[in-house]
Design a protein around this ligand. Sequence first.
Ligand code: RRO
Length: 302
Amino acid sequence: MQKENLHVNVGDLHLRNPTLLAAGLMGLTGASLKRVWNSGAGGVITKSMSKEAREGYLGPRVVETPCGLINSMGLPNPGIESMLEEIKIAKDSGALVVGSIFGNEVKEFAELTEKIDKVGAAAIELNLSCPHAEDLSTIGQNPKLTKKVIEACSGSEIPIWVKLPGNTHISNLVGVTKSAEKAGADAIVLTNTLPAMSIDVTSERPILGHGVGGLSGPAIKPIGLRLVYEVYEKIDIPIVGAGGIESGKDMIEYILAGASAVEIGTGMMERNLDIFKKVCEEASTFLDGREVDDLVGSAHKN
Ligand code: RRO
């Protein structure tokens, strides 16, 4: 049962509650997307998809830290054509599906957008921020390139969300978000995982096969929160928050900072798939009858 006071809008897109499955976990098959939707998420985001299949990096691909995970998956996915079938399966179960994509060049983003649009996804998330994907990592740090990618995708009928990196100086990040807004983006997603690493003292080598990866989980919540807070004051399009959300209180903090909705990924390790329902129940108790929509950005009030 979805609580009425948790309904939110990210621009024109209505969500039954503010929790979304973050791109990366459980997002490769229709069955897993459907499972997360049936567990109570307000929407589910696919693993980032590319034109051609990718194997990903050599393992180990994930390492645990005291307050989060570091991953360097290497963007593994079976390619857009087979992912379209998975999206259809998830959609047929009633799920609200957001398609996350990345391209090797601007043209590829446009091609992928067209395909996601046609399959009936609710929105597209342009992943401009994988923290360990060489050239791809830097698109979201470059206002001109970000604008180019968004403009190339502007033929889309469905909203375009832009997932940006959190490891950019705030003045640059604000520049990128303004550029994205100008280019027609419908929402900004902050933040992807943050570049990090772990070293094994016995072998005296990095633990991850790729060396460096992206840190997620509670360690990055205060960083994500601050980015949402600072960017909220500078742009007029909605923000989707991501980074370390594990409880209703975490979600409310992001909403007060200025997020209209939040993405949850690593939190599933702690609280399993129940996390979406639990976060909603906890937030609803806290709201005590108030509408969550009314709290967006409230921390900015004098
Ligand atoms: O697949 C990955 O290694 C990955 C991606 Br695409 C991303 O956007 N963020 C991340 O932490 N890992």
